[in-house]
Design a protein around this ligand. Structure first.
Ligand SMILES: Cc1cc2nc3c(=O)[nH]c(=O)nc-3n(C[C@H](O)[C@H](O)[C@H](O)COP(=O)(O)OP(=O)(O)OC[C@H]3O[C@@H](n4cnc5c(N)ncnc54)[C@H](O)[C@@H]3O)c2cc1C
Length: 438
């Protein structure tokens, strides 16, 4: 009997899962494996409570789907490589199938596995995997518009249905299903929840997304699929195919951004911690301002609403992410790495490639063609949350304050902090620092 292992990592679904399909085609029996990684568990990332609950819910859901197909999930805990190698040898597996990933940590894991056994890596995370489109004369893109044009030329292919039937290797029983924790906030982990959210959102909001829905902070009507995409509960490719078929160009473009940042980190692994394009910044050491930012107590309503949404929901609207990141790096002059760490601690969708790519874009050390761009938190508020609905939702001190007053920092309720910096002065200081540095 030919046996294969499918090593699940953050591709926790059965639909459009190329590694699962390839294993089922190549072997008579398939062992679906998830190893809870001690290396990740030990980090701050692994400890975040909402993320843990989301992961457990996703694993329980995956196990259920695999059982319905005749299999079930085998769970182990420890070092992913050691556990996978041990199990693969125990069942006499000819190969291990997995979805190729981009972070330095996962690539080291893949290298170690490939040294020990026959590792078959396939694309399960991206619409277009890193390296598939490359610019003439270079190995990867650093300009989004050029990448987007090339990306659009690649056929997406047809999403794959799950294998009709799975069979576990003789003598292997699935692990009793994990009892999922609670506390993933406004989200429920898993493929079923992800697919239901996607179907509902595409029906209700895809049409309005391109016509302003994407940036409408007050409406807050983006898909909120990012945690499901990060954990692979929803296939990015299947989602792109579905949206593309409904003329959802603006939404598909955002999925292209996701692939863009993935190929950027894949080609520049050092940018997990280093600037892609250093501007010679000398960041300020200012723990008090960093704490005020982290707690949502800066006195700028939009910044505070964003940071409080993050703490309350483990998620933040994209436009608010841009504004809070710009405020930290440009108004406060604090290193983007400090902000990225806070995001990574709290975001359910916390993802190395997306987080550092976006933080560096905002800080001006990455791929933004206007590195000194500043988001004015008050102008953004007037434009994207004119009624103050977003702010009032997350900042209770301002619940009874009019939209006009919310948009005048400094004139606010006595229980709300006065601004920790003055906008014009802070920006002048930032520009002076950048001018000296470059
Ligand atoms: C400073 C900063 C840090 C960020 N950190 C992360 C992170 O750790 N993980 C993460 O998934 N996203 C991150 N983003 C990108 C973006 O904010 C989120 O993906 C988006 O807000 C998720 O909401 P949504 O699913 O409703 O998005 P939608 O607007 O519904 O978009 C659909 C999908 O497209 C992708 N997408 C949308 N915007 C972006 C973008 N700017 N960059 C890359 N992909 C995008 C996401 O996968 C998203 O789920 C960050 C953005 C900023 C400015």
């Amino acid at each position: 009997m030919r046996v294969a292992v499918v090593l699940f990592t953050r591709d926790l679904r059965v639909d459009d899962h190329p590694a699962l399909v390839a294993a089922a085609e190549a072997a008579d029996a398939v062992l679906p494996l998830f190893v809870e990684d001690d290396g990740i568990r030990a980090t701050r990332y692994g400890g975040a409570p909402g993320r843990r609950a989301f992961l457990e819910q996703a694993l329980a859901d995956l196990d259920r789907s695999l059982r319905e197909l005749g299999g079930g999930l085998v769970l182990r805990r420890g070092d992913v490589v050691a556990e996978t190698v041990r199990l693969a040898r125990e069942v006499g597996a000819e190969a291990v199938y997995a979805s190729a990933d981009v972070s330095p940590y996962s690539r080291r894991r893949e290298d170690r596995l490939a040294r020990e056994l026959d590792l078959r890596l396939v694309n399960g995370h991206f619409v277009v995997p890193p390296g598939e489109v490359t610019p003439g004369g270079g190995d990867h893109y650093q300009v989004f518009s050029a990448y987007h044009r090339a990306w659009q030329q690649v056929p997406m292919g047809d999403p794959l249905p799950p294998p009709a039937r799975l069979r576990l290797p003789d003598g292997v029983a699935p692990t009793p299903p994990p009892s999922p924790g609670t506390g993933a906030g406004a989200f429920t982990g898993g493929e079923r929840a992800g697919r239901a959210r996607a179907a509902r959102w595409l029906d209700e909001h895809l049409d309005g997304y391109g016509a302003g829905g994407h940036d409408d902070l007050g409406g807050d009507v983006t898909s909120r699929l990012s945690p499901y995409l990060h954990f692979g509960c929803v296939s990015a490719r299947a989602l792109a195919v579905e949206a593309d078929g409904r003329a959802g160009d603006a939404f598909v473009r955002q999925l292209c951004w996701r692939d863009f940042y993935a190929q950027l980190l894949w080609a520049n692994p050092h940018t997990q911690v280093d600037d892609l394009r250093s501007r010679g910044d000398r960041w300020l050491d200012d723990p008090e301002s960093l704490a005020a930012w982290r707690e949502g107590m800066t006195g700028y309503p939009l910044v505070d609403a964003g940071m409080r949404q993050l703490r309350a929901e483990g998620w933040m609207h994209n436009r608010a992410r841009m504004v809070v990141a710009s405020f930290l790096t440009k108004h406060l002059g604090i290193d983007w790495r400090a902000g990225a760490r806070v995001f990574f601690d709290l975001l359910l969708d916390g993802d190395v490639a997306q987080n550092v790519g976006n933080w560096q874009w905002v800080a001006g050390t990455g791929v933004d063609t206007r590195p000194n761009r500043v988001f004015n938190p008050t102008a953004q508020l007037r434009k994207l949350d004119p009624e103050g609905a977003y702010v009032r939702r997350y900042v209770p001190e301002l619940a009874d304050v009019s939209a006009r007053e919310i948009a005048e920092p400094g004139l606010l309720a006595p229980s709300y902090p006065t601004p920790i910096v003055e906008h014009a002065e802070a920006i002048a200081a930032f520009r002076a620092r950048r001018a000296r540095a470059t």
